[in-house]
Design a protein around this ligand. Structure first.
Ligand code: KG4
Ligand code: ZN
Length: 335
């Protein structure tokens, strides 16, 4: 199975092999990140993103086929990200996928980007077993889910405003860090004191697994104004550490709440923010105390990639959940 991801600023292509009921196997993957291209603008420029996906998608496809020693004729199914994401960017992956499927006369399978993230831990050597609680933390989404099986997802709670990744990115921007700010903020925070600044933890005690991060961004802005135009490096690090601590504390508390209310003993963390070292450290510690096992995707598979899309397709196909090809064209779902 060939999978395409092009929802935002990463072009990802991957090949996954399915045989019988055995766990699907990743054969090859290739990724091109547009981060350097968008950095000058402080965020993703949709038109540039689409054009770059167009430039990259076929060379990356050749690359994965080459890595696996296969040709297009060996491909039995083509999966692509249908949404959510940038409409123009999604259309590139979807257009290529559906065209190839028509040319090769194999099915094309649209995949929800968040399902890709959610199932990405199945690409690891030690995949989780169902059921589990999932914490999905990306640039656009922050959700806690009860996951009974492939395609059986109940949202327990989600953010009412900004996503966790957005909170990282917007705070990082206020601190003058490059886009995307999450990893940069985390690096700066490593030298800071997380108690130096008092920042809000919105909805921490709401008793529900919901989130709100917009107020945190405003509080960071207030502190940035207070420390002035040329704060010393230590002060910036302290503010970064305090910001990270606030976001992570909320994510950990709410994950524990979801585990408690569902009675589940397994947690899967997925999405870009799942790469955050402090989040992993604190979740590991809190879950170990409660006898809960935590699963993460491999670090490089936390952010967008083609492998998670091909894997989600493979898991669906194995369960007879692949929708037959629709010859009447295709659509993307940005929202
Ligand atoms: O899942 P993803 O690649 O794209 C979306 O589907 O949104 O997530 C990207 C988000 C960005 O907000 C980025 O800053 C954040 O994940 N991120 C991190 C880290 N690595 C990526 N946030 C905090 N710490 C990190 N180490
Ligand atoms: Zn994503």
């Amino acid at each position: 199975m060939l999978g395409f991801e092009s929802s935002c600023d990463e072009t990802g292509v991957a090949l996954v092999e399915v045989s019988g009921d055995a766990p699907p196997r990743l054969l090859a993957q290739a990724l091109h990140s547009q981060i350097a291209m968008h950095q000058a603008y402080g965020g993703v420029v949709p038109e540039l993103a689409s054009r770059d996906h167009v430039r990259r998608v076929l060379p990356l496809t050749r690359e994965v086929l080459g890595q696996a020693g296969l040709s297009l004729q060996d491909v039995d199914l083509i999966a692509y990200t249908q949404g959510p994401g940038l409409a123009g960017a999604l259309l590139v992956g979807a257009g290529v996928a559906v065209s190839l499927s028509a040319a090769l006369d194999v099915p094309a399978l649209p995949i929800h980007h968040l399902e890709g993230h959610l199932l990405s831990p199945f690409l690891s050597a030690d995949p989780p077993e169902f059921p589990f609680v999932a914490l999905l933390v990306s640039g656009g989404h922050t959700q806690l889910m009860r996951v009974e099986g492939v395609g059986r997802y109940d949202i327990l709670g989600e953010t009412i405003d900004d996503a966790a990744g957005e909170a990282f990115d917007k705070s990082a921007k206020l601190l003058g860090l490059p886009y995307p700010g999450g990893p940069h903020l985390a690096r700066l925070a490593a030298f800071g004191n997380p108690q130096a600044f008092e920042l809000p933890r919105p909805l921490l005690h709401s008793g529900k697994p919901d989130f709100s991060f917009a107020g945190l961004k405003t509080a960071v802005l207030t502190q940035v104004k207070k420390i002035g135009d040329s704060p010393c490096e230590q002060t910036r690090a302290d503010l970064a550490a305090s910001t990270q601590a606030a976001i992570v504390e909320v994510l950990v508390k709410k994950s524990l709440l979801a585990l408690k209310t569902t009675g589940m003993k397994r947690l899967v963390v997925a999405g870009g923010v799942g790469a955050n070292a402090l989040l992993r450290e604190q979740l590991n510690a809190a879950c170990a105390r409660r006898g809960v096992r935590v699963h993460y995707p491999e670090l490089q598979l936390c952010t967008d990639n083609g492998a998670m899309i091909a894997m989600a397709a493979a898991l669906r196909v194995q369960r007879g959940m692949a929708r037959p090809r629709d010859d009447g064209g295709f659509e993307v779902r940005p929202r």
